[in-house]
Design a protein around this ligand. Structure first.
Ligand SMILES: N[C@@H](CCC(=O)N[C@@H](CS)C(=O)NCC(=O)O)C(=O)O
Length: 221
């Protein structure tokens, strides 16, 4: 067994502006983490180039590298980072009764919510309920709305990394109309967006996006 021997908590984020990796950027800001960003130009296909495929063979962002260890998949990255920076208090401890619900809602996002909205956006028949990973779109959304009624965050007063994932995901899916407008969901997203870490992450994301667009103009101009 290889032992994990890094004392540095510096993380590298493989990122494309205005994508799912923007949620990880927001988490890094919330955590006050020590990190660097490697921006990938999706339009130029950098995520399908061998250099990045060696990090994530799926060619998908986000991906992080910490002490030589690669972590991909949003839920795994959120769990990993929030545990790496425990002082930020965004991850319930192992003996906290919230740990189970916290992991459940992080996993539920990727294994039920995402396939549900993608099927709906692609106008795909999810097939028989027993074969679908999420049952039905309406049940997924009803479950989410019921959980948010505990408010102001998923588990009540205390924000966790699960809120950073859900609020950023709902932000872009509502914006892209992948999720129909809904007052409860909008309020949750708007409340989250008043946080200073969100404003900082958005400013960084915007700057990285402008830099990329400048490079694209330069290449094609
Ligand atoms: N299962 C992955 C999905 C990540 C994903 O879909 N990323 C998109 C960005 S929003 C991507 O990298 N798309 C690039 C492409 O496939 O062209 C996760 O949860 O991290």
């Amino acid at each position: 067994m290889e032992l994990f021997v890094t004392s540095s908590r510096r993380v590298t984020l493989y990122h494309a502006p205005r994508t799912r990796s923007s949620g990880v950027l927001t988490l890094l800001e919330e955590l006050g983490a020590d990190y660097e960003v490697r921006t990938l130009d999706l339009k130029a296909g950098e995520h399908r180039a061998p250099a990045f495929l060696s990090i994530n063979p799926l060619g998908k962002v986000p991906a992080i590298v910490h002490g030589g260890v690669i972590v991909t998949e949003q839920a795994a990255i959120f769990i990993y980072l929030a545990d790496l920076y425990p002082e930020a208090n965004l991850a319930p401890a192992l003996d906290d009764t919230l740990r189970g619900p916290y992991l459940r809602w992080l996993a539920f996002h990727g294994s039920s919510f995402e396939p549900a909205i993608v099927d709906r956006a692609m106008k795909r028949d999810p097939g028989p309920q027993a074969m679908s990973p999420y049952g039905s779109y309406d049940t997924v959304m009803d479950m989410l709305k019921a959980q948010l009624r505990k408010g102001p965050y998923l588990f009540g007063k205390k924000i966790t990394a699960a809120d950073v994932l859900w609020a950023t995901a709902l932000g872009w899916t509502l914006n892209a109309k992948l999720v129909p407008p809904n007052l409860e969901l909008l309020r949750y997203v708007e409340r989250f967006q008043t946080r200073s870490a969100v404003a900082r992450a958005e400013a960084i994301d915007e700057k990285l996006n402008r830099q990329l667009e400048g490079e694209i103009e330069h290449r094609t101009g």
